[in-house]
Design a protein. Structure first.
Length: 341
């Protein structure tokens, strides 16, 4: 198995990306193709003594898509951009999956143009694992589509179900529709139109409506919503997690000797909490619905996040998540909803 990694994407490229790839290759026995400026990548490999590592190859790409560029225009103009070349390696069968730190828009566009969509999927979506009381809740869409139709949420429910089953190891994942109340009649036009379509699905377990508070509670394993709402929830959750950790630290520092002594006693528990809330533990978020395994990483990803993203990319390929989604879409005849919605 070989994973193509955009070594030039993200805030800390290429050093942190390359370092993460080195660690992933050693830990998970995966081959990694580092795509980007060959000279700069080789410099990092030499710095960490990995220039002779046969599991790591370098594929030169002369261009980079910056965060501020318009994704579609940049992809079409920069044919030799690192994210474009990495995606092409999968399309041509040279690699099995893509790991893409950096611009989410550029990554989604490169995947759509380079790999295409699974038949029956109109809009791919980003599935983000969120820590919950019961383990992990998968939220999707978390940013690929801002204006979703009922059909798109149905597709997301199917794709999220298979991600939770085959990657998170949940035998019978439950799927909930994010809403402002539990009753089927609640919500806006999108929610009300989507609910009966989800009830019809045969290959997933539809729980019904769930509210925002159900996400951290782990009421269901998969929560579907449109990308605008999902991204707001995701960014709010990240900010709140960092705020809570900082608040605990500041409170301990400002307290007396006894409180600081007590903090030492609970330090292992605090460390465990921080780990559960750390997005780098989960690597990246899969872009589900494209015809290939594709992981999008946070723009601020460092080596640890890249390492875990490469691991998840390998798991997507090994578990054939794309194949399971394709089969389920065919069984559900999702395309029929396009004319009904």
């Amino acid at each position: 198995m070989k994973i193509a990694v955009d070594a030039m994407g993200g805030d800390y490229a290429p050093e942190e990306v390359v370092l993460g790839a080195i660690e992933a290759a050693e830990t998970y026995n995966l081959d990694v193709a580092l795509v980007g400026d060959e000279k700069r990548i080789q410099e990092v490999l030499r710095k960490y003594g990995a220039q002779e590592n046969t599991r790591l190859t370098v594929v030169h790409a002369s261009q980079v898509i910056e965060m501020g560029e318009h994704p579609a225009q940049a992809i079409r103009k920069k044919r030799d951009a690192s994210i474009v070349v990495a995606t092409r390696l999968v399309k041509e069968g040279c690699c099995d999956a893509v790991v893409a730190p950096g611009s989410t828009g550029a990554a989604v566009t490169a995947a759509l143009l380079g790999l295409g969509r699974i038949k029956g999927i109109e809009r791919p979506c980003i599935a983000t694992p969120i820590p919950s009381k019961k383990g992990i809740t998968v939220l999707l869409d978390s940013g690929a589509n801002s204006n979703s139709k009922p059909q798109h949420l149905v597709e997301g429910a199917i794709m999220g179900f298979h991600y939770a089953k085959y990657i998170l190891g949940i035998e019978k994942p439950t799927v909930g529709l994010l809403n402002i109340g539990e009753e089927a009649s609640k919500g806006n036009e999108l929610s009300q139109a989507t609910y009966p379509l989800l009830e019809k699905l045969k290959t997933i377990s539809f729980y019904g409506n769930v509210e925002g508070r159900d996400i951290p509670q782990g009421t269901v394993d998969v929560v579907v919503c449109d990308g605008f709402v999902g991204n707001v929830i995701l960014k709010f959750g990240e900010g709140m997690a960092m705020f809570i950790i900082r608040l605990v630290k500041d409170t301990i520092k400002q307290s007396g000797f006894i409180a600081k002594l007590g903090a030492l006693a609970i330090y292992p528990a605090l460390k465990s909490l921080k780990k559960r809330l750390d997005f780098t533990e989960y690597g990246g978020a899969p872009l589900l619905g494209v015809d290939g395994s594709f992981i999008i990483c946070h723009g601020s990803s460092k080596a640890k996040a890249i390492k875990n993203a490469i691991r998840v990319a390998g798991e997507l390929v090994q578990q054939d998540v794309v194949g399971h989604i394709r089969k389920s879409i065919e069984e559900e005849e999702v395309e029929q909803y396009d004319s009904e919605s």
